[in-house]
Design a protein around this ligand. Sequence first.
Ligand code: ADP
Length: 402
Amino acid sequence: MKVLVINAGSSSFKYQLMDMTSKTPLCSGLVERIGDPVGALTHKISPDTDKERKLKLEEAFPDHVAGMQRVVALLTDVRDGVIEDVKEIYAVGHRVVQGGEALEKSCRITAEVKEAIRANIPLAPLHNPANLSGIEVAETVFPHAPSVAVFDTEFHQTMPQYAYMYALPYELYETLRVRRYGFHGTSHRYVTRKAAEFLQKPLEAFNVITCHLGNGCSMCAVKGGKCVDTSMGMTPLAGLMMGTRCGDIDPAIHEYLAEHKKLSISEIDALLNKQSGLKGIAGMNDMRDLHNARADGDKRAQLAFEMFCHRIRQYLGAYYAELGRVDAVVFTAGIGENDDLLRAEVCANLAPMGIELDLEANARRGSGVRSISRPGTLVPVLVVPTNEELEIAEATLAVLKG
Ligand code: ADP
């Protein structure tokens, strides 16, 4: 059984075709610069297919439908194709960023669901319109296959109200739904389940702090397998320091910047989203570059690294206090999975909390779920590679099976 996972942006989309018997990808890719005179398509055929190959095409894709039709031609190509007929695609799973309060759970896409996704556009003006166009593309190109929406916000719907409310006039929640929603939910849910399986603990009794550290970064406190708090907010700007996003700051800084730098609200928004974080402090947003610069004695790079780790530790302490008993700490995503220096720095001095790394295990490279803590410590620390596409494909099948 094959499920196509689509993550659509405004002028691009990512796709992955999953074989759900083996739970492995058959191929994946990215169509970019849709609508430009020359667009780009990168298509990777997975080694599991015996056809491993990476193709790069440059041609015009006037719209998302044209891009998807080109992808279908590759999927069914006589030489490079991984399926013979497009009808082999049983279902399409869509990443939808903002489900809001109305769309609590993954669901089959109907006219009402599309309307509800549209109604949430004010809460995710960049993402939800693009996600909707991905849905419409799938309806045009794969009319035989049902589409399912899987929401980034879904895993966080179990937060208690005291955790998701902001201390603003209550009327703003009632009229404009101003509250914390959280993001990266499919990743936090996937790594939570994988960690419980690895430690052989029942999910319903599993308490974990998950750290998703990629270009975007967020943490989650999970109690009994359910999210009770998360660091991102009404938008993905809140919480941890990120590649280019500032994370938590004093909200009064907006007015100060408006007055003294003569910036408009949207200029301030762009500054906080695109010119801040690691980039704002050190001038670079890739953690690998930051490490190279630190090794060369770059003081700003060192400062950015210290700030990044400091903020993670702040949330770790807060979530530890919220959970009371912590069964595991999980690191995931590009930085979380690969950066042993960062993990060591975050966990240094946490032995009194029962968090202590085995520095050799931490430095060892690996691909699957692995423990990096000292054997016998109170709180196991794990690296769990995330797999949002598999999580979306599994949620898609679960919805269709009812
Ligand atoms: P996205 O949020 O875009 O999905 P990723 O999860 O791919 O991002 O993470 C990207 C980040 O992971 C970048 O900051 C990159 O520097 C970092 N990263 C990738 N590999 C390594 C590595 N070996 N060591 C440190 N950081 C890494």
